[in-house]
Design a protein around this ligand. Structure first.
Ligand code: CTP
Ligand code: MG
Length: 553
């Protein structure tokens, strides 16, 4: 009863818990699903960060009673929200209503005594629950899924869809980050922030990239940005009269060296004291120095950078583009899955196209439609007000942040048409002379000889796809032409709904024939035709066996 009273005293709790109870595992409300986020990016980030600060991560025994567990924890204050998930063991994410509850829980927690090893004492919000009596508990936990769907499931879902539009929307629904996965990402950043705070008490660790830009697929990496602005700016608030007080600091010759030094100590700290942080690698000589590690409990591969504010701004820009029209994310997810299925992208860095570049290509393509589906970055800049003005390291990053001030597009093209046209457009794009530029929304002459040139929207002298080799670009072009052709055939030869044949999106996710590069365009078309025919035949007997790996990483 006391628990119920506490839960009721915390707005949203009962409703949230009841809603979860009604839903089967894996189909929890996603936050992005079926509704386009209208919140400002900064508002959303601040809310989620504050939520994460009231949250703890608990490694639980396999057999545990959910009710008793919640009752035990609610001694420290009312719980707003919780969920369980599995990742080499059972974990609980528990969000209290008040931040003080976390302190109270930590005060009642002790550092374990090891028989053979010695524990390095570190008080974090990553805890372990032990049972005094193993046998008395029963497991009745529903755990939330953090993984993308299996190929088999995805294949079945998209083959039974009614249209290509339906297929793309299904793919989006299955792969997008769930509400719970998003919470876990913000919590992981918050846990890392606590560790970095040992050196920089006012630091903020913010997620960026696909974890927050609405284009993240389940299983994608977690990009983190160590923001030291507060630490840097503190002195500006404390001046008076003719006096100006400054901190005594160490100086280094460049911003880059400062970044390397900061990341180096944070890397050491994560390695030595960070609970659950394993495989810490300091990659300090990269163009953008970073610390890479695995956060074992959440299962995320993390990349921590600092002095990288522009990347956070690009994430905000993509968040806005993703929110403007429901077709944008569906098309980007479709293209990302297609690229992954054909090994055009990889989790290993190399000469391949990245997901970030693919997203830019989709945005550019949608700016080129008539009427345009997405506005250019220059027009978003025109809509900006004084509050939106933003200059980072001399780069103008001004654009409108309020989604409600951007007029929706009058374009009504279907996703099916857009998918086909995307392949058609980039299958015939003059990559040899033109660059892609979402700022102006039109092709420009390439400023250098990189095979693929996509202008960085804010650091306009940089090419975000500088790493892409001619052969990888050719592979992309060949596959785009082939997919355009397959979809063209599909328009006239769509199988009946009751047949088990892969069609539409499923057909273009199928593996490719080898040695495609040596084929002429005509032969390629013929070969693709035969390939699809053969695959359809083989899939008829064993529908899913040949389906390619489409999982992200
Ligand atoms: N970024 C950039 N310029 C690049 C590469 C990356 O500005 N050449 C920024 C982008 O804001 C990008 C973020 O860094 O979103 C993270 O990069 P990455 O992890 O490679 O891309 P994601 O968009 O996160 O996609 P993925 O799901 O593949 O991780
Ligand atoms: Mg990423």
């Amino acid at each position: 009863q006391r628990l119920i009273v506490r839960l009721l005293s915390c707005p949203g709790t009962v409703a949230e818990d009841l809603r979860r109870d009604e839903q089967p595992s894996g189909s929890v409300e996603t936050g992005f699903e079926d509704k386009i986020p209208r919140k400002r990016f900064s508002e959303m980030q601040n809310e989620r960060r504050e939520q994460a600060q009231r949250t703890v991560l608990i490694h639980c025994p396999e057999k545990i009673s959910e009710n008793k567990f919640l009752k035990y924890l609610s001694q420290h204050g009312p719980i707003n929200n919780h969920f369980f998930y599995e990742s080499f063991g059972l974990y609980a994410v528990v969000e209290f209503c008040r931040k003080e509850s976390v302190g109270s829980l930590q005060n009642g927690t002790h550092t374990p005594n090891m028989a053979m090893e010695t524990a390095i004492p570190f008080r974090s919000r990553f805890l372990s629950l032990k049972l005094k009596n193993q046998t008395s508990e029963q497991s009745c936990i529903q755990s939330s899924n953090q993984l993308p769907p299996s190929n088999r499931k995805l294949f079945e879902l998209i083959c039974y869809a009614e249209s290509i539009d339906d297929q793309l929307n299904t793919l989006l629904k299955e792969f997008q980050l769930t509400e719970e996965n998003t919470k876990l990402r913000y919590l992981t950043c918050s846990l890392i922030e606590d560790i970095a705070a040992a050196y920089f008490p006012d630091c903020v660790v913010r997620p960026f990239g696909s974890s927050v830009n609405t284009f993240g697929k389940l299983g994608c990496d977690l990009d983190m940005f160590l923001d030291l602005d507060e630490t840097r700016n503190l002195s500006t608030h404390k001046t008076s009269g003719n006096f100006l007080m400054e901190f005594q600091v160490k100086n280094v010759p460049s911003e880059r060296i400062a970044t390397q030094k900061i990341l180096s100590v944070i890397g050491e700290c994560l390695d030595h004291f960070g609970p659950g942080c394993v495989g810490v690698q300091k990659i300090l000589n990269a163009r953008c120095p970073l610390v890479r590690f695995s956060h074992q409990a959440s299962g995320f591969q993390c990349d921590l950078t600092t002095n990288n504010k522009i990347a956070l701004t690009s994430s905000e820009l993509l968040y806005i583009y993703g929110a403007l029209d429901s077709r944008v994310r569906a098309l980007v997810f479709g293209i990302r899955c297609w690229a992954r299925a054909h090994s055009l992208t990889s989790s290993i860095p190399g000469a391949w196209i990245t997901n970030f570049s693919l997203t830019m290509m989709v945005i550019f393509f949608l700016q080129r439609r008539s009427p345009p589906i997405l506005p250019t970055l220059d027009s978003l800049k025109t809509l900006a007000d004084a509050e939106d003005k933003c200059i980072i390291e001399g780069n103008n990053c001004t654009f409108v942040r309020d989604l409600n001030r951007i007029k929706p597009s009058g374009n009504t093209e279907t996703l099916e048409l857009l998918l086909k046209e995307f392949f058609e457009y980039f299958g015939n794009f003059a990559f040899n002379k033109n660059s892609i530029n979402i700022r102006q929304g039109r092709e420009q002459n390439k400023p250098d000889s990189s095979p693929l040139y996509i202008q960085n929207p804010f650091e306009t002298s940089l090419n975000i796809s500088k790493n892409v080799s001619q052969s990888q670009l050719q592979k992309f072009v060949d596959l785009a032409q082939e997919s355009a052709w397959i979809l063209q055939q599909e328009a006239t030869h769509r199988p009946s709904v009751s047949s088990n044949q892969p069609w539409g999106l499923a057909a273009i996710l199928l593996p490719s024939v080898p040695n495609r590069g040596s084929l002429t365009k005509k032969k390629r078309k013929r070969s693709a035709n035969e390939r699809v025919k053969n695959l359809l035949e083989s899939l008829k007997s064993n529908r899913t066996a040949n389906f390619t790996e489409t999982n992200e990483k």
